[in-house]
Write a protein that binds this ligand. Structure first.
Ligand code: SF4
Length: 294
């Protein structure tokens, strides 16, 4: 019988929660525990939108009394927690106007992008956010520019501005791929650098994601199968999966149960990585199932 060689199973050097998500969850757990079962009408705590885009994490949080509400009108208690993606100052003001306290878990990298947007708007720059216009983080950043801006990943949307503002400020959603942002910024320079124009580019990509993407890509180059563990609705997880899929066969999975044994057939080197809102335990369960299946 020929010897069957087991595949190498390797975890990327950066997986599990990023510091921003870890910090948001710690704070939320603390607030939920303090408010649990103390006889208030609405014990537990509500979050405005999902605090992270990961079903397994949200399920665990719901077990300690964390409830997700999708609009201000749905908040029942006297306190609400906003997500690590941050919110616009307008939205925060609207919540407070309803006599509801706001606990912010905005990650400091997102806060840095918000502060940059605010400063650019104050200096009369029209803001261009390289990112997904429907993402809560991007909506929040634009809100800090007092609405003087747009969000897009397509330079044609900027070219269509009539007139093209003389002063343009360009920054990025924190979870974008650095090389893609640089390409976009170059295209804006090409189309906007005319007489008297002024362009201010600020790199607001998150440091953790920069390292995570690089580690995932390095592993993807050596592997013949990559599994990216994270929420299907998580922007950063999808971006890592997309990057890896350019290099090797890649599947985005939410849990170990999503692994299809057929994927492993004939594979020699299987790489595992995760999005920034995936718990390390979930990654370890994936590693364990892979070892059992191999
Ligand atoms: S991915 Fe980066 S910006 Fe987003 S929460 Fe984590 S550390 Fe903050």
């Amino acid at each position: 019988m020929p010897e069957v060689k087991m595949p190498t199973i390797e975890k990327a050097s950066k997986t599990g929660f990023c510091f921003g998500v870890r910090q948001a969850i710690n704070l939320l757990e603390k607030v939920a525990r303090e408010r649990a079962g103390v006889g208030r009408q609405h014990a537990g705590v509500e979050t405005l939108g999902a605090v992270v885009h990961n079903q397994q994490v949200l399920q665990k949080l719901s077990e300690i009394g964390v409830r997700v509400v999708n609009s201000i009108e749905d908040i029942k208690g006297d306190i609400v927690v906003t997500s690590s993606h941050g919110v616009s100052p307008d939205l925060e003001e609207k919540i407070r106007a309803r006599h509801i306290d706001v606990i912010s878990t905005t990650c400091h990298d997102v806060r840095r992008a918000q502060a940059a947007a605010e400063k650019l708007a104050e200096s009369e720059f029209f803001l261009i956010v390289y990112g997904d216009a429907d993402h809560p983080e991007v909506k929040g950043i634009l809100g800090w520019a007092q609405g003087k801006g747009l969000a897009t990943t397509d330079e044609k949307a900027v070219a269509a501005l009539d007139p093209l503002p003389r002063r343009l400020g360009i920054l990025s959603q924190t979870t974008q791929v650095p090389a893609h942002f640089a390409e976009f910024a170059k295209k804006i320079i090409d189309l906007a650098l005319t007489k008297n124009s002024e362009i201010h580019i600020i790199d607001t990509i998150c440091h953790d994601l920069r390292e995570r993407q690089a580690a995932a890509l390095e592993l993807a180059h050596r592997a013949d199968l990559m599994l990216v563990v994270g929420g299907r609705s998580s922007a950063n997880t999808n971006r890592i999966a997309e990057l890896c899929s350019r290099v090797t066969e890649t599947h985005l999975i939410e849990t170990a149960d999503d692994i299809q044994p057929a994927w492993l057939k004939g594979k020699k080197h299987i790489g595992v990585t995760s999005g920034a809102s995936t718990a390390e335990d979930t990654v370890d369960e994936v590693m364990k199932r892979l070892e059992n299946l191999s």
